[in-house]
Design a protein around this ligand. Structure first.
Ligand SMILES: [Zn+2]
Length: 220
């Protein structure tokens, strides 16, 4: 990127036994976690250092997407997120209204450089567009990335956990907080996909991720 290295979401905290604790680790068990999966090591594998990160962009702030903010506490790195998501996450974590999926430890107010936006659609950087897609959470945004050679990618974060949420329109049950909004957001994603002939990258779809990682060392 012309603007430097940007990260889309961060994954979980490293030490789930401490940061999550039971019963969360029972409900959402992490089945495989090796050295290579730790955020600083994953960034190193891409040829950078975590200190090179110039900004972190969030689709949503659930604990399995934002726990890695622990690496940015006390830094000036801007953390971009939709205003609705930030408000909802702080409220939900602080009051315990949705405490199973947002935690207070990474939603630190004074030690992270939060930058919010409140647009339906915003070009955050050249070639990077965020689209507000409420449903799974109130402030979720999908990320559209337009690449010169490899075309358009849409990172859906948890608008779709796995491929079948999209291809079969399989609803998310308890994991979607507003089903009607989720359906409308799905319509929007499908229009975008048709318009740009986009490749979708889902929030938790191992097969899609592995296929893309195996196909090319990097995309340009
Ligand atoms: Zn989520």
């Amino acid at each position: 990127m012309r603007d430097g290295l940007l990260l889309f979401e961060t994954g979980c905290a490293e030490d789930l036994d401490v940061k999550w604790g039971a019963p969360l680790t029972d409900v959402f068990p992490r089945v495989q976690y090796d050295e290579e999966h730790k955020l600083p090591n994953a960034i190193k594998a891409a040829g950078y250092d975590i200190k090179d990160v110039k900004g972190v962009v969030f689709g949503h702030l659930h604990l399995d997407h934002a726990g890695g903010l622990e690496h940015f506490v006390g830094t000036d790195v801007p953390i971009y997120v939709h205003e609705e998501e930030f408000k909802h996450a702080c409220w939900a974590a602080a009051t315990g209204a949705d405490a199973a999926v947002y935690l207070t430890d990474y939603l630190t107010l004074d030690k992270l450089n939060w930058k919010t936006f409140n647009d339906k659609q915003v070009d955050l950087f050249q070639g990077l567009t965020l689209h507000h897609a409420p449903g799974h959470t109130p402030g979720l945004c999908i990320l559209q990335v337009n690449l010169d050679k490899d075309g358009t990618f849409i990172f859906t974060t948890d608008q779709y956990h796995v491929k079948e949420n999209h291809t079969l329109r399989h609803p998310q049950g308890w994991l979607a907080r507003d089903h009607t909004a989720w359906i409308r957001s799905s319509d929007m994603v499908e229009r975008l996909q048709r318009l740009y002939n986009a490749t979708l990258v889902y929030g938790h779809d191992l097969e899609t991720a592995e296929t893309l990682i195996k196909a090319k060392k990097f995309y340009e």
